[in-house]
Write a protein that binds this ligand. Sequence first.
Ligand code: ADP
Length: 326
Amino acid sequence: MSAIKCVGILTSGGDAPGMNAAIRAVTRAAIFNGIAVKGIYRGYKGLITGEIVLFKTENVSNIIQHGGTILKTARCTEFKTPEGRKIAYDRLVAEGIEALVVIGGDGTLTGARILAQEFNYPIVGIPGTIDNDLYGTDITIGYDTALNTIMEAVDKIRDTATSHDRLFFVEVMGRDAGFLALNGAIASGAEAAIIPEIAVEKDQLAETIENGFRKSKNSSIVLVAESDVTGGAMGVAERVKKEYPQFDVRVTILGHLQRGGSPTAQDRILASRMGVAAIDALLEDQRNVMTGIQNDQIVYVPFSKAIKNDKPINRELLNTLRVLSI
Ligand code: ADP
């Protein structure tokens, strides 16, 4: 059995639906195992300034259904400095927090990895990001909810697109990853997806248009992943106006609405399983790992692997989209 008597929990970086379900699961699993829990507000910022509260099971009642994070989140540049991390570490020691569970994306886990290494301190990460861009886990918390939000938005855009004779470019988030754009396109019956993983290899816009993708249709929707590589929906639309002026082009940027909303059942279950698994990891003396899910089984992925590797896109999905968009 682990000797840890008190664990801290924080959410950091971009918020994602299901973070609250993860906070609830970590808190309850810790208390179930006789470990005290301290909630740290505003991510690494609150760790430095000492916004820390002892959590009971009631602190996490009635939150599983809410998007966002009750612990709030923040971006903290001070934590990127050795001096800032020393203050954070001293705060952990002063608070009697013997291990940390952090919920967030790539940046959050990078910060956790550095803190853990510098002070030989036990940390377990939980992947909370709508982008699904962390290596070693099939999905991340928030991704499924964001995908459903995109699908519902594109369904609505299609109503207006088909009423007119228009080509819509819909920009979705992804931070240089095409998961939301590609699967969002399949789920909403869009004609194509322009994603960074492929845009570096070939001119997807030219290929899509030259393949005559509008032959049998009077309206089309193309999902574009936000990224310098794709140019985003605005960049793509500008190009179409110049090179293919026959199209009546419109742009919709879904933006922050993709982050909000009540988490789907899948995200709540994933967050619940990962929260319990994070405490299990600490009980087993595992440290510096991220909880992941592969083939519906919980796995533990070293921070170094989760952060350093690019998660590959499943190329079979590209073919599925191509076949179905005729
Ligand atoms: P996300 O976790 O969603 O990827 P960010 O990239 O904004 O979000 O990272 C969240 C926070 O993690 C940052 O504000 C910072 O405090 C910390 N962080 C990110 N990168 C580093 C780094 N290289 N070193 C130390 N801390 C970092």
